[in-house]
Write a protein that binds this ligand. Sequence first.
Ligand SMILES: Cc1cc2nc3c(=O)[nH]c(=O)nc-3n(C[C@H](O)[C@H](O)[C@H](O)COP(=O)(O)O)c2cc1C
Length: 173
Amino acid sequence: MELLDIILKRRSVRKYTTEPVSEDKLEKILQAGLLAPTSQNRKPCEFYVIRDKAVLKELSKAKKMGAGMLSECNVAIVVSGDSNKADTWVEDCSIAMSYMNLMAVEQGVGCCWCQMHLRSSVHGKDAEMNVREILSVPGNYRIVGILALGMPEKEIKSHRLDEVDFSKVHRQF
Ligand SMILES: Cc1cc2nc3c(=O)[nH]c(=O)nc-3n(C[C@H](O)[C@H](O)[C@H](O)COP(=O)(O)O)c2cc1C
């Protein structure tokens, strides 16, 4: 697929079949994340691959809302950035997540970004802290988000080029 087709095809997929995401597809998705650029090439991103259903369920409760698909998905990639390595952990992890999201589309794998950074649980506890506790990782491992992955239950309509809003582009100078 051409890159533009992949970009148009990318939709947030929150419902999945029971078919597992193959290790081959997962490896390609992770490769994309590991190939993403990072500021000053500091590579602060760490990826935690979770297939265990009980852990996925726990992760789905790490924040108040919008994380339900984590208990439905086949595999999740928790994306964390070591803040001791780079002050650009948010940017670096976000780029890695976008690369992996696009590779998932290319592989026919449904994917949804689940925000954790700046979110809290129903009890008001920091969502990042909840995820760190579930994974047993230290406080300097900041949790940007989680990619929920699974084989899509149904096709979601692609984006279209006629949605593109060029009024957001300012050619002032
Ligand atoms: C930074 C970011 C955080 C997001 N967090 C969540 C989330 O926590 N839960 C969720 O269901 N979707 C989440 N999404 C998906 C967006 O809701 C979705 O991309 C947006 O509504 C556009 O729909 P589309 O992805 O199908 O084009 C997030 C997307 C981004 C880029």
